[in-house]
Design a protein around this ligand. Sequence first.
Ligand SMILES: *Cc1c(COP(=O)(O)O)cnc(C)c1O
Length: 302
Amino acid sequence: MLLPLPAEKIPIQEISINKNVKLFIKREDVIHPQISGNKYWKLFFNINNYLAKNPEKPYIITFGGAFSNHISAVSALGNLAKIPTLGIIRGEELKNKWRDNPTLLFSKRNGMNLQFVTREEYRHKEKLTEFLQKEFPDALIVPEGGTNEDAIEGVKMMLNDETKDFDYLCTAVGTGGTIAGISKFCEENQKVIGFKAVDDDSLENKILELTSKKNFNLIDSTFGGYGKIKDENIRFINDFKENYGIPFEPIYTGKMMQKIFELIDDGYFPENSKILCFHTGGLQGIEGANLLLEKQNRNLII
Ligand SMILES: *Cc1c(COP(=O)(O)O)cnc(C)c1O
């Protein structure tokens, strides 16, 4: 199998916070150096099932923004398996500037063919998908963020006997695939909290299309908007790394953990709650974020 099950158990680390709840992090970020965190699991069945069908000319097409962890992961996968990949990238203005973007440069170096489309075209990516599937009937077309039915099955692999022991399961939310999988496959008594990195009112309904369980809550954790980075976010991420040795990126996981700290301080969780957060990876995004911060003469993520 191209994407194997990890040889060792994914570690769960306790974070000593001296509060009346217990906080743990499951380090899905350490699964693979380039196909990281939830993106590994979301691609797991997509790619393994696809290759098991022995397509004559394997080809992977997918979608994403300029800093997308998913684009980065798919390009690495293509490179690993010697499968050609095409990334449809949001933002035509990047056409001549992709070299300045570490994610796009990495993807290109992995052999990914990048096709830049306008935001308007990107919004109609379902149409584009239909067109491409006709054009390349043998291709695997993975939607934005990797979210589809196969992805949900993959997310199931993030849960095991150890994760059953927790009252709360927490994850950052982008397209909603990860939280949908957690919601669908966790235990009946477990509560799921999704920390929204994106301000999107339709998220709840999108998630409910993939899980029929209403065991999750969505909490705004955009801190001013998707992809926006505030000084307090940088400070939090750097302090956390210094105190606990665990790195976060500033788009999803850093904001999630900062919000969890706020909730703990506000007494949101009942006493003695056991909280498990999934570290969904994406650390490749730090480099691109730091380039932007540097241009703005701001503190960097260490
Ligand atoms: C993509 C991503 C998410 C969001 O996952 P969804 O399944 O799209 O909700 C969360 N964290 C990181 C680090 C990601 O790269």
